[in-house]
Design a protein around this ligand. Structure first.
Ligand SMILES: [Zn+2]
Length: 488
């Protein structure tokens, strides 16, 4: 059996001041055919899963390119067409194929392409023909279009947010796609449009129980696969919003019913799924008052993983004004400041301006006399089995506050972001991380408390106020009763 795989992924925040080009993909992750590492990256879990089967003699694997750009702004047209044509050219050269497995994110929007993944899957179908089985993986923060449903046979989606199950999701996609290619199953997809856009962390109720129930449904054989698309509120897509995806073994009616039942239950959770979001002052006060550190404060909206720059200085400014110490910030994105710190060298003191450069509403740059505690070329952090590059980094001390400056934008996934740079996290009273929820599983093991802080900035965090231009369906919270509105 001949199987082709490739991976192209990013998450596009169409409201971001950033733009995304080929350099962003190459800076984050770019592996030409045969060069994918043995460990999976977030969206390329299908590679190691397929290699395992190739080594066992089960399949002949033809690998294409795998690439990922840290979430950012619109992908420019030439970058998208270049990467698309690279992968489609590889696919064409690999014919004939029994199966194609693509590791995608699902929220990529290019300057002149609203549904990059839909176009890619449709083109793959065109090239490989109707008999080939196509399996894809998505991040739940994606837009599920009809074009994707019509052209894919198998779709699996990370169930967890934080996405700790990305390797399992790749494994499940490969398993089901190969079973379909061997004609052992006849997968049929059922979709229910939940008509809701909300933050849905699965590390807490009610989503925790909902995901556990979905897993039980899968184990009971009620469906081959169950997924929740959460949607991505920062992407101006006509398919914005949550959807339930049920894959059955040719039991369309039962799949449709289960998708609707689960979808309406998910809709009933609206407004109840988020943790408490504190103001900057309240979060810092609560962390400072805690008898024991480290308390983790998540700067939830200035999350580079959501496509903004990650250089907001608003929380840092507040901490400086309060005269706080024993607090570490990871990270503030500022390649120019990193370069100045590297030029000054470890142990140097210099007047430095850093942060607050890319958006008018992410705070002003911070000026101060800082000491350079550490400089590091090509620093990394881990996210599960995945190694995430931070680029050249500098650790500075400003008035007793420790700040990690990075050159590659990346959200904070793990405490080793700090410890790899010589910062003892357990000695800190407070750790401030730029992440919405992906930090949670790795940090809960060391944190005495976890606080979520909502800081206004460039992230379009309230769908009711976002200038969506492509949304034509009623969805909550823009419309109070979207299912009734639709029925009427
Ligand atoms: Zn995601």
């Amino acid at each position: 059996m001949r199987v082709f795989c490739a991976s192209i992924a990013t998450e596009t925040n169409t409201f971001s001041p950033l733009r995304t080009d080929l350099a962003d993909f190459k800076e984050s992750f770019y592996a030409p055919p045969g060069k994918h590492p043995e460990t999976p990256t977030l969206c390329s879990g299908v590679f190691p899963a397929l290699r395992k089967r190739a080594r066992a003699g089960e399949i002949t694997l033809i690998e294409g390119t795998a690439t990922w750009a840290e979430p950012g702004g619109l992908v420019n047209t030439s970058t998208w067409t270049h990467l698309r044509d690279e992968i489609l050219g590889q696919l064409h050269a690999a014919l004939p194929l029994d199966a194609i497995v693509l590791g995608l994110h699902g929220a990529m929007i290019a300057d002149r392409c609203v549904d990059c993944e839909g176009d890619l899957i449709a083109a793959a179908r065109q090239i490989a023909g109707p008999a080939a089985k196509i399996g894809v993986t998505f991040d739940p923060h994606s837009h599920l279009s009809d074009k994707r449903i019509q052209n894919a046979d198998i779709i699996t989606v990370f169930k967890e947010f934080p996405h700790t199950d990305f390797a399992e999701t790749g494994e499940a996609c490969v398993e089901l796609t190969l079973r379909a290619a061997r004609s052992e199953i006849e997968p049929v997809l059922s979709v229910f449009d939940v008509r809701m856009i909300e933050i849905l962390p699965t590390s807490r109720a009610p989503m925790r129980g909902f995901i556990d129930k979905m897993v039980r449904h899968e184990q009971s054989g009620a469906a081959l696969s169950l997924s929740v698309i959460h949607g991505f509120m920062a992407g101006d897509s006509p398919d914005l919003g949550a959807k339930i995806l049920v894959t059955t073994n040719n039991e369309k009616q039962a799949g449709d019913q289960l998708a609707e039942k689960l979808g309406l239950e998910l809709f009933s959770f609206r407004g109840t799924t988020r943790p408490e979001f504190l103001s900057p002052s309240a979060a810092l006060a609560k962390a400072t008052a805690h008898p024991q550190g480290p308390v983790v404060i998540a700067d939830v909206w200035d999350n580079p993983g959501g496509g903004v720059a990650g250089d907001s200085t608003i929380l840092l400014r507040r901490a400086l004004d309060l005269g706080l110490t024993d607090i570490a910030f990871g990270t503030i994105w500022d390649p120019m400041a990193v370069r100045l710190c590297h030029a000054a060298g470890e142990g140097a003191c210099l007047d430095l301006r850093f942060g607050g450069k890319t958006a008018s509403d992410a705070g002003d740059p911070v000026d101060g006399n800082v000491s350079v505690l550490k400089t590091q070329r090509n620093a990394v952090q881990s996210f599960g089995q995945s190694v995430v590059p931070l680029g050249d980094c500098a650790v500075i001390d400003i008035n007793g506050i420790v700040v990690v400056l990075n050159s590659n934008r990346a959200q904070t996934f793990s405490p080793d972001l700090f410890t790899n740079l010589g910062i003892d996290v357990t000695a800190q009273k407070t750790l401030v991380v730029k992440s919405t929820n992906h930090f949670h599983s790795a940090f809960e093991t060391i944190a005495t408390d976890i606080l979520y802080c909502a800081v206004d900035g460039p992230y379009p965090s309230d769908p009711r106020n976002n200038a969506y231009t492509r949304l034509e369906r009623p969805i909550w919270p823009i419309v109070e009763n979207p299912h009734e509105t639709e029925a009427a």
